[in-house]
Design a protein around this ligand. Structure first.
Ligand code: ASP
Length: 340
């Protein structure tokens, strides 16, 4: 019988009501044990439960929390066959992406899950999602990568997005097929496996103010553009543009700012605001100008993947051209390159 480690980090799944709204609850371990004990022995994988202290509402997550999760995985890795991380839904797609880049190759699955309604409340999705994640983590056909399991879907972690704030089908991977789906049985969809190997548990130096995000919109303030692009701490920028990667002209100030930033070594990645699809920088003159300014086409990456990839690679010490090169190619299946 496979043995799993369940790492509880916080989130709605284990929260309880308080006068100020939902807060992480300290007795979640016992409540989960009681709920899972209702199933006959041998029908679920064996598990041990570890709680991250302090528990967090994932809206408060900072990159240092990823190091704490990696540290738990590092000490437990040899003792378990698979890992389930219970996480708040708000930033679960960021954590799934960050862990995929931090850990690199895997030889066991790491599955994140959470819920829209806390465990024990009427219509809660918590138990179903936890059991899905446990069964996936123990299943021999589950790919050895960071995955996100939610509402009967198994998704590649660094392709996942929170797509619904209120629906139970809160996660999807709009630019990548699902890895699997739970009907009466778990079904897996064939994919080219990612390179496997022992994970990298090394500690890295996160400095969050090195990465910025600029979301274009009509009337985008040139003053705000320049404040961000000329910030001396900035080393990686995610630029979220219209359609196939078209930025607003912004009286030439956006392009000039991007060129100044590139000259200082800032690596900028262009992503689309569209729910689905990729950037094709160069389809329009406005996009072509980004090529000239040294902006990297982020292909079909999610914002969550691009932000965390920049944070992790900068934390690993990549800068300038090495960082730019690494941002143009998939590291852990986070982007699809078009055939030349
Ligand atoms: N704020 C909560 C969290 O992300 C929301 C949730 O879990 O659904 O921790």
């Amino acid at each position: 019988m496979p043995r799993l480690l369940i790492l509880y980090t916080g989130g709605t799944l284990g929260m309880q009501a308080s006068p100020a709204g939902y807060v992480p609850s300290a007795d979640f371990d016992e409540r989960l044990d009681t709920a899972l004990a209702a199933y006959p022995p041998g029908t679920l994988p064996d598990y041990a439960l570890h709680s991250l202290q302090p528990l967090i509402d994932s809206a408060d997550l900072i990159p240092g929390c990823w190091q704490r999760m990696v540290a738990v995985l590092a000490t437990a890795w040899e003792h378990y066959d698979g890992f389930v991380i219970l996480h708040g839904t708000d930033t679960m797609a960021y954590t799934a992406s960050a862990l995929s880049f931090l850990l690199g190759t895997l030889d066991k699955p790491v599955i994140l899950t959470g819920s829209q309604i806390p465990l024990g409340e009427p219509r809660s999705d918590a138990l179903n999602n936890i059991i899905l994640a446990m069964q996936a983590a123990a299943h021999p056909a589950t790919p050895h990568e960071v995955c996100l399991a939610f509402h009967d879907r198994l998704l590649r972690g660094n392709r996942a997005r929170k797509v619904s704030s209120q629906g139970m089908d809160a996660f999807d991977s709009p630019n990548a097929p699902w890895l699997g789906e739970a009907g009466i049985e778990l079904r897996f969809f064939p994919r080219q496996p990612l390179p496997a190997g022992r994970p990298d548990f090394s500690t890295i130096a996160f400095e969050p103010d090195r990465v910025g995000l600029l979301y274009c919109h009509p009337g985008l303030s040139t003053r705000l553009i320049e404040a961000l692009l000329d910030d001396p701490h900035l080393q990686g920028l995610v630029l979220v543009t219209y359609g196939v990667g078209n930025p607003p002209e912004s009286q030439g100030r956006l392009l000039a700012g991007l060129e100044r930033a590139a000259a200082r070594g800032v690596v900028a990645i262009n992503l689309t605001q569209c729910h689905q699809g990729r950037v094709q920088q160069g389809a329009y003159a406005t996009g072509t100008a980004l090529n000239t300014a040294g902006v990297v086409a982020g292909q079909d990456m999610t914002v969550e993947a691009a932000v965390t990839k920049l944070q992790v690679l900068l934390g690993k010490g990549l800068t300038g051209d090495a960082l730019r090169q690494a941002m143009t190619r998939p590291l852990r299946g986070e982007m699809t390159l078009l055939a030349p």
